[in-house]
Write a protein that binds this ligand. Structure first.
Ligand code: 1GP
Length: 247
């Protein structure tokens, strides 16, 4: 087993909650990039995720910079095969299980598989479930799939368990970047109750109360991105809040 997944499993075993800061290479440039890096250096999250559902910029240079400047593990969170980079520590090999679009269940994987296999990157198969976040998300639009309704806990549970049985190593519940509402606590609790693998939750988390709620409901790792684009300084609050929960 490689390092990043091992770290996630070990932390989950001792109920040590983890936070990831998501950076979209299209957005994170210039002065925003400089202030984001400054914030990340003094408040190192467990992971930095790089990617986005509609990212056009190359991820290579951003990943190299982040690895040089911070101590965090950098994980690729790609919207499609073109975002693959050998520079990251690990790749979330995402399969969009909430949808029925073969392109995002297996198509993009076939496009990228040989390059991934020939690289040294750690690959973490991840069952990705889009949950209705109160407004249409980029994932929904780009993948041309419908999210799971917010109150359909049993559909989210059955979908997550199917993904685990098919060999996924992580489940990611996604409300969509900039969602109006994060994934509901009841839905997180329901999915958590049936899973043996670690659970990631993200989308629409704008304050530390919502962060606490996601952890309390059962998230092992919470991903926050959009809110830092208007104010990278508040990365400190989120990292500190996670530290407090763990103390
Ligand atoms: C999106 O889950 C991530 O893919 C994070 O969402 O950008 O809304 O924090 P936000």
């Amino acid at each position: 087993m490689r390092d990043v997944y091992k770290k996630i499993l070990l932390n989950r075993e001792i109920n040590h909650k983890m936070i990831a800061v998501l950076l979209d290479p299209d957005q994170c440039r210039g002065s925003l990039l400089a202030s984001t890096i400054a914030a990340l250096k003094s408040n190192v999250p467990d992971f930095i995720f790089v990617g986005g559902s509609h990212t056009l910029a190359s991820t290579d240079s951003l990943i190299e910079l982040l690895k040089d400047e911070t101590k965090a593990n950098v994980i690729l969170f790609p919207g499609n095969a073109s975002q693959f980079s050998t520079k990251a520590d690990a790749l979330l090999y995402l399969s969009l299980f909430s949808g029925r679009n073969a392109e995002f269940l297996i198509g993009q994987h076939i496009t990228s598989s040989i390059a991934i296999k020939n690289s040294d990157i750690e690959v973490i198969p991840t069952g990705y479930l889009l949950i209705d976040g109160g407004k249409p998300s980029s994932v929904e639009y780009i993948s041309n799939t419908r999210p799971i309704p917010r109150d359909k806990n049993e559909i989210a549970l059955s979908t997550s368990v199917a993904a685990e049985l098919l060999g996924m190593k992580l489940i990611y519940l996604e409300a969509g970047s900039g969602a109006n509402f994060p994934v509901p606590m009841e839905l997180i609790q329901s999915v958590k109750s049936g899973l043996s693998i670690p659970l990631i939750v993200g989308g629409g988390i704008k304050n530390t109360e919502q962060l606490r709620n996601a952890f309390e409901a059962g998230a092992d790792l919470v991903v926050v991105g959009n809110i830092f684009e208007s104010n990278p300084g508040i990365i400190a609050e989120f990292v500190e809040c996670t530290r407090e929960i763990n103390s």
